[in-house]
Design a protein around this ligand. Structure first.
Ligand code: SAH
Length: 228
């Protein structure tokens, strides 16, 4: 992890944190996640290092290391830590990835986790204000391998594809076929899909076509059309 990640915080709080944002509090959360599910140890190690409290409003920072999703404004939420760990573990399982597309940057926390584990991340967010804030936090903690795009990601981002991985962090009622079409050979896509009841799905692009697995229930904000 970069020195910047350890030592800077955009001037607002120290990324090392104190009290409810301290490394001890962060470790306690990750230790709890370890007990809850079969998760990739590389993902958990990175989550120990990334200061989640910097990705949310200061007023909520004291709750950053509880295993809950929290509001980030504009009616959106930062994903539950267990959800971030599950989705990232599911995406990374298999041959190493070079380029990953994330749809729904939100706070940028999931983006930072991905950026620490794959060489190149492209992330698209439809709400310009959220994208702007995420861009600042990522820059302040020294993350440099993310291309952040403001726009509607519901059809993916074919210009920058194909991708070894696609992670969708907002739920479409039906998975747009254009997304799987942007997967490279062997690529994997993880997305919550559904209207009222959502299921986390993983599609894998194999030589004989797409395979699909269901990874359990999910609870995400809806994937919406258009940008704002
Ligand atoms: N991974 C994020 C989750 C944020 S919530 C985090 O942990 O912070 C999901 C995000 O998806 C929201 O910010 C929402 O604005 C965004 N979103 C919804 N529909 C979208 C679309 N069509 N294109 C891009 N982003 C979208």
């Amino acid at each position: 992890m970069s020195d910047a990640l350890r030592h800077t915080a955009g001037g607002r709080q120290d990324s090392a944190g104190i009290g409810m944002t301290s490394q001890r509090t962060r470790d306690r959360l990750i230790d709890a996640l370890e007990q809850m599910a079969q998760l990739d140890p590389r993902v958990l190690e990175i989550m120990r290092q990334i200061p989640r409290h910097l990705f949310m409003d200061e007023a909520l920072a004291s709750r950053a290391y509880e295993n809950v999703s929290l509001p980030i404004g504009h009616g959106q939420t930062i994903s539950h830590p267990l959800t971030v760990a599950r989705m990232t573990s599911a995406l990374l399982q298999g041959p190493p990835m070079r380029r990953v597309l994330e749809i729904g940057t939100g706070s940028g926390y999931q983006t930072a986790v991905l950026a620490a584990l794959v060489p190149e991340v492209v992330s698209i967010e439809r709400i310009a204000a959220l994208a702007g804030r995420a861009r600042r936090v990522l820059r302040d903690i020294g993350v440099r391998n993310v291309a952040l795009v403001v726009g509607d990601g519901s059809r993916g981002l074919p210009d920058k594809g194909p991708y070894d991985g696609i992670l969708v962090t907002a739920a479409p009622a039906i998975l747009p076929p254009a997304l799987a079409e942007q997967l490279a050979d062997g690529g994997r896509l993880v997305a919550p899909v559904g209207d009222r009841e959502q299921v986390l799905r993983r599609l894998t692009h194999t030589a004989t076509g797409l395979t699909e697995e269901r990874l359990g229930d999910a609870n995400f904000v809806p994937l919406r059309r258009g940008r704002c």
